[in-house]
Design a protein around this ligand. Structure first.
Ligand code: SF4
Ligand code: SF4
Ligand code: SF4
Length: 342
């Protein structure tokens, strides 16, 4: 049995869920629209040295009030993740995106390429976080508009006060980005929000701010696209003054141009993304799913999930119940705490 969007909305309403106006709005198959003020990141794997400074600064910046990892009850604590062998808990060593990690650097061994002389293997790095899709599947399936695409900046933001925990966004995202706080009494979805909490202070994405090589740069998507095209036109072995931190900034670093794969990932994939990638090896060798097409994902996703209404129903009911129960428990705990204090 297939259901359409209207049936889905009716079903959601029938389960007692309040749907906000504008949630799951129709997604006619039009060319994705990019606002001229849309901001994003260009990541150039050929410049990345795998230092993980971006991961560290991301965690620090997002543990501050307003950040995607900030919780009042754990204010001042950075959510480090320690590996099993790290008894002294020295290193923050996340292996993947999680409810405590919005940004992760992964290393991939370059097949058949070794360092001349030593013969040791060579690696390419890739930085993974939300791609801020121009037509985000996560936004299109969120029944309560907890995930929204901002009109001007194009940033895909999350409002935990609206979310009821169906985790439908997790299933819809083609890039496996949203994480869920399973460990918390009142869980939320967690993902990069492009550090939008820092813009009012004149700051920008923390991962780009701390990147020493210019591998990650922040800016208007239009400018980032131009910069990426400029790099593809460069001659390997020549020298180029790569911008550092921001595409429109003064800071530059002179580097030898690598041999690029002739593709800017994110120009078209999934209908286009505001996070763009360049690399020296094929993207499927860097963990990108080759099955991701240029099709706009909200329509694609809906086409798939409309044939599995049981899944939708189970998620909605389970999510609602879990969220309501945990919120009630938390309220009870807080009320009891207030009683003790008085
Ligand atoms: S990458 Fe996933 S979570 Fe991020 S905007 Fe796209 S669909 Fe949403
Ligand atoms: S933009 Fe901000 S939240 Fe997103 S990966 Fe970079 S530092 Fe982390
Ligand atoms: S800070 Fe820059 S060079 Fe270091 S790992 Fe991150 S993207 Fe790569």
């Amino acid at each position: 049995m297939a259901i359409n969007r209207r049936d889905f909305l009716k079903f959601s309403a029938g389960t007692g869920l309040m749907l906000t106006a504008g949630a799951t709005s129709g997604t006619a198959a039009q060319a994705p629209q990019l606002s001229k003020d849309a901001v994003g990141i260009l990541y150039d794997s050929t410049l990345c040295i795998g230092c993980k400074s971006c991961m560290v600064n991301c965690k620090l910046a997002n543990s501050e009030p307003g950040g995607a990892l900030y919780h009042q009850e754990t204010a001042g604590k950075i959510p480090f993740e320690h590996s099993a062998g790290d008894k002294d808990k020295i290193y923050d060593a996340p292996q993947n995106l999680s409810s405590n990690t919005l940004c992760v650097i992964k290393a991939h061994r370059n097949e058949g390429k070794t360092n001349p002389g030593s013969g040791s293997p060579t690696f390419s790095f890739i930085k993974q976080h939300c791609l801020h899709c121009i037509e985000p599947a996560c936004v299109s399936v969120c029944p309560v508009a907890a995930l929204q695409k901002q009109k001007d900046t194009g940033i895909v933001t999350y409002n935990k006060n609206k979310c009821f925990g169906c985790r439908y966004c997790q299933i819809a995202c083609p890039f496996n980005v949203p994480a869920y706080e399973w460990e918390k009494a009142s869980p939320s979805v967690v993902k990069c929000q492009l550090c939008n909490h820092r813009y009012a202070q004149g700051k920008y994405s923390a991962c780009c701010e701390s990147c020493p090589t210019g591998a990650s740069i922040f800016g208007r998507v239009e400018d980032l696209r131009e910069e990426a095209k400029r790099r593809l036109a460069l001659k390997p072995g020549d020298s180029y003054a790569y911008p550092v931190q921001r595409v429109d900034g003064k800071k530059r670093t002179e580097q030898v141009v690598a041999t690029y794969v002739n593709h800017i990932y994110g120009m078209d994939e999934a209908g286009g993304t505001q996070y763009l990638f360049m690399a020296g090896v094929q993207f499927d060798k860097l963990g990108f799913n080759p099955r991701i097409t240029n099709q706009i994902y909200p329509d694609y996703t809906w086409n798939y999930v409309s044939h599995v209404p049981i899944l939708i129903g189970s998620l909605l009911v389970a999510g609602t119940v879990t969220r309501l129960v945990t919120q009630r428990l938390e309220k009870k705990k807080n009320d009891a705490g207030k009683g003790d204090a008085s």
